[in-house]
Design a binder for this molecule. Structure first.
Ligand SMILES: [Zn+2]
Length: 319
């Protein structure tokens, strides 16, 4: 039996796992920090760390079909070039596919981590059985992927499905990407925490007042405990999510919205305002007829399982 090797390159950790076809329990799995410890006098570069990690799980007695990689940034799936990796300085226009193929001598596939997380949810997780699915992960940023007519949308240069960077307020607040007014600048965890800090600075009462830096998790907990400002923050984020998702419904008409990421743990305090804004914004109520909102099945494993899904999809096991 051959193995599929899946790799997730995170800003903080690299992970690699070997899978058998049709089985989500890895044969072997390993992880290590993306960067060498800062005290190391001769820090090993991230690419060498990645090579070592993959080699550490390489099966001794089984062939490898493919290595598939979830990468933290825009990738061109046709050339296998990672355009820019979030949180890995120096990884710009990195020919990752070519370099890994040369080293390991097996085919290598590359995908954007959020797109692959969508693929993983669709093949193995919350979106199984649907043909039209939109996936969002809301944490410090907003990642997304779209399954349209039973295919993962990638676009001409692999840049499709960046729902976090839809403009919701022209010339609005600055987004993590540097441009203004994007959804991520209003509904990500970073944006939620920043808004609460600003309102407190403006004199609004809140159980979170007191000068400590505020996290999205703290806002979520305070909202669940009844803090009006924190509830308003999630309402505001949910409203902008609904406005952006109404546009997404108009374009893709999905039957499932799969939502993951830390901020989605806020539950109804976020999703009820989102649902209401969606209802107000779709121009035909039938967009909502068959639409189900589902929590993502995979948390931190989403990228790894998505990479496995890509490998198994492109290189199906011999029947
Ligand atoms: Zn942006």
């Amino acid at each position: 039996v051959s193995q599929y090797i899946a790799v997730d390159i995170g800003g903080t950790h690299l992970r690699a796992a070997g899978f058998h076809a049709g089985d989500l329990h890895p044969v072997r799995i390993a992880r290590k920090p993306t960067q060498a410890p800062t005290i190391d006098p001769n820090p090993q570069p991230p690419f060498e760390r990645l090579i070592d990690l993959i080699a550490s799980i390489w099966p001794a007695d089984e062939p490898v079909t493919v290595i598939s990689v979830a990468a933290p940034g825009p990738v061109n799936p046709f050339t296998g070039v990672l355009m820019k990796a979030t949180n890995i300085p120096g990884w710009v226009d990195m020919p990752l596919q070519q370099k890994l193929e040369k080293h390991f001598g097996v085919p290598v596939l590359l995908g954007n981590d959020a797109n692959l997380a969508a693929l993983g949810e669709w093949k193995f997780g919350a979106g199984r059985g649907t043909m039209h699915m939109v996936y969002l992960t809301i944490s410090t940023g907003i990642g997304s992927g779209v399954i349209v007519d039973g295919c993962m949308l990638v676009g001409a240069r692999g840049l499709a499905a960046e729902i976090g960077h839809i403009t919701v307020v022209p010339d609005g607040e600055v987004c993590n990407c540097g441009y203004r007014g994007h959804l991520e600048a209003y509904a990500s965890g970073t944006a939620i925490a920043r808004w609460v800090e600003m309102e407190i600075a403006n004199g609004k009462p809140s159980s979170l007042a007191g000068g400590k830096p505020i996290s999205a998790k703290a806002v979520s907990n305070a909202a669940l405990a009844g803090d009006p400002l924190s509830i308003a923050a999630l309402e505001r984020a949910g409203k902008y999510m609904g406005h952006a998702l109404a546009d997404i419904l108009h374009i893709f008409n999905p039957s499932a919205l799969v939502i993951g990421g830390g901020v989605s743990q806020s539950g109804p305090l976020l999703f009820e305002p989102m649902r209401k804004a969606l209802q107000e914004r779709v121009f035909n109520p039938h967009y909502l007829d068959d639409l189900v909102l589902l929590p993502a099945a995979f948390g931190d494993d989403a990228g790894l399982i998505g990479a496995f899904a890509l490998g198994a999809h492109q290189f199906p096991p011999a029947a």
